[in-house]
Ligand binder design. Structure first.
Ligand code: MN
Length: 443
C-alpha cells in the first residue's frame, strides 16, 4: 500500500469500487445501505471543498475505501461515508438515525464528539491528551469508532501537502505520537507503517529525502543480490516439500531511519533496508523453514525472535531472524503463516471481519483491554501524565506477555530511569540486555 499509489486511487474512488471490494468478503452485502449513505453524504457535502480544491466528498469516500480495504462491515463503511456530516453540515444525529438506524448513528456521533472540542484547548499537549482520551472512551463502546478515526486520520495525512507548514507539523506530530501507536497497539501494521512514513516526510523532510535517495542509489546492486537469495530460498522450500511464497521487500522508510539512528550506522554499510518474508501454510512449516535457513546461513546471535510461541501484545506473530548472507551481508527474514500475515496487516480489523455480523464483543479482545486499562488508570492525571501513562501501560503489558514478570507501576507513571532498575531486580536471572530491549522496543 504505497502512499503515492493509494493517493491516486483514493482520488478516483467511486461507490462502485467500494461495493465490488466489499462483495469479495461479504457475499450477502447490504448494498442499499451503502448506496443510500453515498447519495445522502454526497448531497449534504455538495458545494464544500477540500483545501486541495477537490469536492469535499472525495474525503469521506476515501475513508470508506480504506475501511473496505480493511474488510470491515457495512455499518462501519457507511459511517465512514457519513462521518463528517454532523460536524461539518447542518445534518443532525437524529436525521442519521432515522435514515440509517441507531448503530450507524452511534458511530457517527462518537466521531463527532471527538472532533467537537479540538479548537477549545490551547496547548498541544492538552489537545493531544484529550483527543487520546476521547478515542479510548469511544473504544469502550465500540472499537469500530477507532478504526474509522484511524482511516480518517490516514487520509488527512495523505492529503496533508495542501495545508500550511505549521499545521502539517502539528498534525504529523500528533499522528506519530498518538494515532500510529494506537494503530500499532491494535495490530494494524498497514496503517501504522503508512502513517509513520508520511509523518517522517513532514517532520524530517531532509532526512527522508536523503534516505530515499541513498536507497535508490543502492537499489540495483541490492536487487541483484536479492534475486540470488530468493532463488536459494525458493529452492530450499521446494527441495523440502514446503509450500510457501518468498517476498523480498524494502522496509518502510521510518523503520530504516529509526534503526540507523539507533545503531549509529550509515545506510551505505548495509543491505539492511531490504528484508525477506516467507509465508507458509502451517506453524510446523514456520519452524522447519527457520531450521533450513539457519543451516544455509549462519544466524546472527541474539537476533532470533520467536513471536509465534510468544505473540506480541498486539497479537502479532512471526519468526524473525537475521542471517549472514552471501558476501557477508546480514539480512532479516520473517516467517509466518497466511493467517498470521493477515493479522499482522489488519490486526483487530481482521478480527472484526471474521466475526458474525452483530456480535460485537470488543471487551474480550486483549488489544482493546489495553486501551481500557489506560483509561482506568488515568483518573485525575494531567495531560502529560496521561500521555506518559499510555506508554507505561504498554510496557507493562509487554513484560507480562513476555512472561518476564508482572510489573505494576505506581501511578502516575514514574520517569523511565527510575523504573529500569525495578525491571532488573524483578528477574535478576534475565539478561539485562533482554529486559532493556524489550522495554525500549515498546517506548
Ligand atoms: Mn474526516
Amino acid at each position: 500500500m504505497a502512499s503515492t499509489v493509494a493517493t491516486t486511487i483514493a482520488a478516483k474512488i467511486r461507490i462502485e469500487d467500494i461495493l465490488t471490494r466489499m462483495e469479495r468478503y461479504r457475499p450477502d452485502l447490504d448494498e442499499d445501505l451503502l448506496r443510500h449513505a453515498y447519495v445522502f453524504a454526497a448531497n449534504r457535502h455538495q458545494g464544500q471543498a477540500r483545501r486541495s480544491g477537490e469536492p469535499y466528498f472525495t474525503h469521506p469516500l476515501a475513508v470508506a475505501w480504506i475501511l473496505a480495504e480493511m474488510e470491515l462491515d457495512e455499518e462501519t463503511v457507511a459511517a465512514g461515508l457519513l462521518h463528517d456530516l454532523v460536524e461539518d453540515t447542518p445534518t443532525t444525529a437524529e436525521e442519521i438515525e432515522i435514515a440509517f438506524g441507531p448503530e450507524v448513528a452511534r458511530l457517527v456521533v462518537a466521531l463527532t464528539k471527538m472532533a467537537d472540542f479540538e479548537s477549545s484547548y490551547s496547548s498541544r499537549e492538552a489537545t493531544e491528551a484529550e483527543n487520546f482520551r476521547r478515542l479510548l472512551l469511544a473504544s469502550m463502546d465500540d472499537v469500530r469508532v477507532i478504526l474509522i478515526k484511524l482511516a480518517d486520520r490516514l487520509h488527512n495525512m495523505r492529503t496533508l501537502n495542501y495545508l500550511h507548514r505549521d499545521r502539517q507539523i502539528a498534525i504529523a506530530r500528533e499522528t506519530l505520537e498518538i494515532y500510529a501507536p494506537i494503530a500499532n497497539r491494535l495490530g494494524i501494521g498497514t496503517i501504522k507503517t503508512e502513517m509513520e512514513d508520511l509523518c517522517f516526510r513532514y517532520l524530517h523532510p531532509k532526512e527522508a529525502e536523503r534516505l530515499e535517495q541513498e536507497i535508490e542509489e543502492r537499489r540495483e546492486a541490492a536487487d541483484r543480490w536479492f534475486a540470488e537469495i530468493r532463488v536459494i530460498l525458493e529452492d530450499l522450500l521446494a527441495q523440502n516439500s514446503i509450500e510457501g511464497s518468498v517476498h523480498g521487500r524494502v522496509k518502510h522508510l521510518y523503520s530504516i531511519f529509526e534503526k540507523l539512528r539507533r545503531q549509529g550506522v550509515d545506510v551505505a554499510n548495509v543491505f539492511d533496508f531490504l528484508a525477506f518474508r516467507i509465508i507458509v501454510s502451517s506453524v510446523a512449516d514456520c519452524y522447519a523453514t527457520l531450521g533450513l535457513i539457519h543451516q544455509q546461513w549462519a544466524p546472527v546471535p541474539g537476533r532470533l525472535k520467536d513471536h509465534v510461541a510468544i505473540p506480541k501484545p498486539n497479537a502479532y506473530q512471526s519468526l524473525h531472524t537475521t542471517v549472514i548472507g552471501p558476501e557477508g551481508h546480514p539480512f532479516e527474514i520473517q516467517i509466518r503463516t497466511r493467517e498470521m500475515h493477515t493479522i499482522a496487516e489488519f490486526g483487530i480489523a481482521a478480527h472484526w471481519s471474521y466475526k458474525e455480523k452483530g456480535s460485537h464483543a470488543p471487551a474480550e479482545d486483549s488489544r482493546v483491554a489495553w486501551l481500557r486499562s489506560v483509561l482506568e488508570h488515568s483518573e485525575g492525571s494531567s495531560p502529560r501524565e496521561f500521555l506518559d501513562l499510555s506508554r507505561w501501560i504498554s510496557i507493562r503489558t509487554t513484560c507480562t506477555a513476555s512472561r518476564l514478570a508482572a510489573m505494576s507501576f505506581p501511578f502516575p507513571a514514574p520517569p523511565l530511569f527510575s523504573i529500569l532498575p525495578t525491571a532488573f531486580t524483578l528477574r535478576s536471572a534475565t539478561p539485562a540486555s533482554a529486559v532493556v530491549s524489550t522495554v525500549a522496543g515498546y517506548l
